[in-house]
Design a protein around this ligand. Structure first.
Ligand SMILES: Nc1ncnc2c1ncn2[C@@H]1O[C@H](COP(=O)(O)OP(=O)(O)OP(=O)(O)O)[C@@H](O)[C@H]1O
Length: 237
């Protein structure tokens, strides 16, 4: 579905991504793990063209997209849920969702998409008129994901959904992410919380210094221990 081929990008003269390559197959949850500052967020921003691709190609459903605007990418079915959520804090829950629906993939029915996100996140339905900025951290993350989903995406780029959330909230958020994938939306997940991410991904990449240093095939227990120990510096008993 998504093929990233030898991409270079960064900020001004600073190259953060250094010829990174990876792919995502339709229906998968693919994880990108790695320490602070290795370029995970930069990778997602480059895919959604918030940062320019300096070298290499990004192919989505057979089309090169590295020069397509974020708006065009959304209409093609790629939605980005940024780190820190960036919901509109002075707008209500329903207004936040409405804005995204206005830019949606018009082939799917808006009403259906809205009822789908309310089934996934009933708390949002109870808070339609509440301002985004007054929601709890967990609710804001629900709104950020819901806002992506009402656009009818085929692929969601999800940047650190666990950030700042209590462990129980993280667990329930990750169960919902798994449900979203089961319902047919492919997910590229960037996470610091390796323990939570490893529970739900089908494949994963570990990044370091703007490159992938590890790519899993199928994840079994033995491989999980190796990833944790060698690449993530976690102790395995
Ligand atoms: N706007 C910017 N201008 C200059 N450098 C930046 C900018 N944004 C990020 N960087 C740098 O790019 C590098 C990669 O940052 P990035 O946010 O992609 O890392 P990350 O792996 O997502 O980290 P984290 O897990 O802490 O969010 C870092 O060294 C960071 O300081």
């Amino acid at each position: 579905m998504l093929n990233i081929n030898q991409i270079v990008s960064g900020y001004g003269d600073i190259k953060v991504l250094k010829e990174i390559s990876l792919h995502v197959n339709e229906g998968e949850i693919v994880g990108i793990l790695g320490a602070n500052g290795v370029g995970k967020t930069t990778l997602l921003k480059t895919i959604s063209n918030l940062i320019k691709t300096q070298e290499g190609t990004i192919t989505y459903l057979g089309k090169e997209i590295q020069n397509s605007s974020p708006h065009k990418l959304l209409s093609m079915g790629i939605a980005h849920v940024p780190q820190g959520r960036h919901i509109f804090s002075k707008m209500s829950v329903i207004e936040n969702l409405q804005i995204s629906m206005d830019h949606a993939n018009k082939k799917s029915n808006g009403r259906d998409r809205l009822s789908y996100v309310f089934d996934l996140f009933p708390r949002l339905k109870e808070r339609l008129k509440q301002l985004g900025g007054t929601l709890s951290g967990g609710e804001q993350q629900m709104l950020a994901i819901a806002r992506a989903l009402v656009a009818g995406p085929k692929l969601i780029l999800l940047d650190e959904p666990s950030m700042g959330l209590a462990p129980l909230v993280v667990q329930s958020m990750f169960e919902t992410i798994q449900q979203i994938a089961k319902d047919g939306t492919t997910i590229l997940l960037v996470e610091q919380n390796a323990v939570a991410a490893l529970e739900i991904v089908q494949r994963l990449y570990v990044m370091d210094m703007g490159r992938t240093v590890y790519e899993s095939q199928q994840i079994n227990n033995q491989e999980l221990d190796k990833i944790k120990e060698v690449y993530l510096g976690m102790s395995v008993s």
